[in-house]
Design a protein around this ligand. Sequence first.
Ligand code: TRP
Length: 375
Amino acid sequence: MEEKPVRLDPWASAVKLEYDKLFRYFGIKPFQEVLPRVSQVFGDPLHLMRRGVIFGHRDYDKILEAYKSGERVALVTGFMPSGKFHFGHKMVADQIIYYQKLGFEIFIVIADAEAYAVRKLDRKKVIEIGLYEYVANLIALGLEKNKHTHIYFQTNYEKPYYRLIQMFSRKITMAEMEAIYGDLEPGKVVAALTQAADILHPQLEYFGGFKYVVVPVGADQDPHIRFTRDIADRFENELGLRRPASTYHRFQTGLDGNKMSSSRPDYTIFLSDPVDVAVRKLKRALTGGRATVEEQRRLGGVPENCTIYEFYVYHLLQDDRELARIYSECKEGRLLCGPDKQYAAELLAKFLEEHQRRLEKARDRVLDYVEPPEF
Ligand code: TRP
């Protein structure tokens, strides 16, 4: 009988083909190319970097060089407070905390203006969710409070930030915006200018003066990054603004293989889900298993198409060797989906139990971190 060699490559699934387009069409660079330098400059890369979940970047080499030579560096990222905090959001939190530990200045924006004007969400709810879901989960995951960490709501910040939004409007045309965003409406125009101010304001004198900025986001946010980089160029002379760098991560797949999103709660695990609810969702998840046990033993599973395996890669396993072991046992047909799900469920339950203990305490502390808008 012919023996098929099993290739052990736990991270092959990390960069899917569709992401290639971003490289070809938009000039995003593969993150893999800067990974060795990350190890040299930062030490251990984040698991999301090692495993190719963070797959692309713009100008990241500049961040590395700035950090290396002791220049000031900052991270800016934002959350749309549209629903409960889920594991897709945790991925961003992990990155924020990684950079905070490296000593980056941290700017986290709760995009309540965008949620109101573009998503048309109820303001009161958005503020509640911003505080008790997003800020609370960030704290519970380990975000420290220090003088280099700033969390703000878009509708409740400092004057010079709003001045930027107004000034930016002068040096951009509708045609340019439409080329980037497609059909626009006033709410979207304001949201885009606001996001540009989110990303660029840390460089102003008022906010401590020039610093290199990196923006870790999902690939869907790249239009904002390109827009912001154009604006930075046009305000280089007037305000001393420089282009931000960015990184792009893959989206976590929903448990049915489609999108993970707050609006699809059956296929999305929230960090506040009761443990039994979360485990039940996980146990129903789509795997890369075969139709029958016999087939799976013979052909092996397909971890590349498995939402459970993805959970290990993104969240549940820190140890790369353990991950590689599961990958190969699945590939070789030695690990079946039942026991594998059981193992994932145990890891998930353990994580959630500890996290939710911290979350409860964190909810009492959100106002130490951020001032909510009064209406
Ligand atoms: N538009 C982002 C989202 O939909 C939220 C956001 C607002 C943001 N300002 C930002 C993200 C600045 C990164 C940087 O999730």
